[in-house]
Design a binder for this molecule. Structure first.
Ligand code: SF4
Length: 366
């Protein structure tokens, strides 16, 4: 598919004009997205500059690495340190540099405290386990987009006996629902994550649209996708409706991927989960069902969790960034150039999906 047409300057400007024209008919409109890739596109194409002042695009909890609890990171690091001679901790690259209370996986490995291996994909993970006698534990991070392929591999492959998984996967719809219930996010509409909705479906957000009277629109990642979705939200507001809609029809089905959902449900169940800086969120994490619990590293090795963990590094305001309460440049550590991608203090500066990282890539130091 030729994606260039979704970047076409004339199309993008005409969408921006259509939004501008309608913007006088309402006051402040706060639209939150929950996807790091949306923030990446919004920054890269300067889409906020194309919108009228009363329409605010707010970055929400859309980066899985950013919401991974320090408690989980500490647990895997402490286990890896105690069992250095017997195990390898594997994970995807953007998880490596997120700090727990003291170390990140990268810094602990650099200090020679444990064995860490970055993998690019699940095939590489399986190969790694096949080629070693050590136990390989995959620190498995991501929203339903990543949890579904992990579940598929677990269900359909004959995995080596020395491979197990430490799941820190999160389920976006319930995360957002519970944050809304708790009054922790203050918004007028939701731009739904195109990638994650491929699995969960746009339908997973009907409850949010109904219960909170919030227009919800799933969007793709090109500039015309995002502006079209904003226009669809405005149309809902004009018609005084609030429903879950799909702008990204070329990729995702309204009801999501049924096979992916079944695979996920076969392997994992929803459990209460700690989101970094946001506390415990009901039924927002994926953990193993009984049938596959033999692959659950937490149970297999009786991994211990401490109650003495530090969610925020001193001065870090990631929790407020994740909830859309402040913009990255309002964090003093950003403003003073103390937190950068080269020396990330908080998780939002680490991953390509982190809001602070995306702002820094475009704005640099201020
Ligand atoms: Fe956290 Fe750094 Fe962002 Fe501040 S600039 S909120 S410390 S990631």
């Amino acid at each position: 598919m030729d994606l260039n047409k979704f970047k076409d300057k004339n199309l993008v400007l005409s969408l921006a004009q259509a939004i501008q024209k309608k913007s006088n008919s309402f006051g402040l409109l706060r639209i939150m997205h929950v996807c790091g890739t949306h923030e990446n596109s919004i920054m890269r194409y300067a889409l906020r500059d194309l919108l009228p002042n009363n329409i605010k695009l707010i970055a929400g909890p859309g980066c899985p690495v950013c919401v991974t609890s320090s408690r989980d990171i500490d647990a895997i690091i402490n286990f890896g340190i105690k069992n250095k001679s017997k195990c390898i901790i594997a994970t995807f690259g953007d998880m490596l540099r997120v700090k727990g209370s003291q170390y990140s996986l990268f810094s602990a490995s650099k200090a020679g405290l444990l064995n860490v291996k970055m993998v690019y994909g699940l095939d590489e993970l399986i190969e790694l386990a096949r080629n070693t006698k050590k136990e390989v534990i995959f620190f498995s991070v991501g929203f339903e987009t990543t949890a579904a392929p992990v579940a598929s591999v677990i269900k359909n492959y004959n995995l080596p006996e020395n491979l197990s998984f430490f799941s820190v996967h999160k389920y976006t719809p319930n995360g957002v629902l519970e944050l809304l219930k708790a009054g922790k996010i203050n918004i007028d509409a939701l731009l739904l994550p195109g990638h994650a909705c491929v699995i969960s479906g746009v339908s997973a957000y009907e409850k949010i649209a109904d219960n909170f009277k919030l227009p919800c629109v799933a969007a793709g990642f090109e500039p015309a996708d995002i502006l079209s979705a904003v226009l669809m939200i405005i149309n809902q507001i004009e018609h005084k409706t609030s429903k879950a809609e799909n702008e990204y029809k070329r990729v995702l089905k309204y009801e999501g991927n049924k096979l992916g959902q079944k695979t996920l449900n076969d392997v994992f169940g929803l459990t209460d989960s700690i989101w970094r800086g946001l506390g415990i969120i009901r039924k927002s994490g994926f953990d193993f069902n009984a049938k596959y619990n033999f692959l659950n590293a937490k149970a297999k090795f009786n991994i211990q969790f401490s109650n003495k963990y530090i969610e925020e590094q001193k001065g870090c305001r990631c929790a407020e960034v994740i909830l859309g309460v402040i913009e990255p440049t309002q964090c003093p550590l950003y403003a003073k150039g103390l937190c950068t991608p080269y020396n990330p203090i908080g998780p939002c500066m680490v991953s390509d999906e982190g809001t602070c990282r995306n702002w820094w890539e475009v704005k640099g130091e201020i």
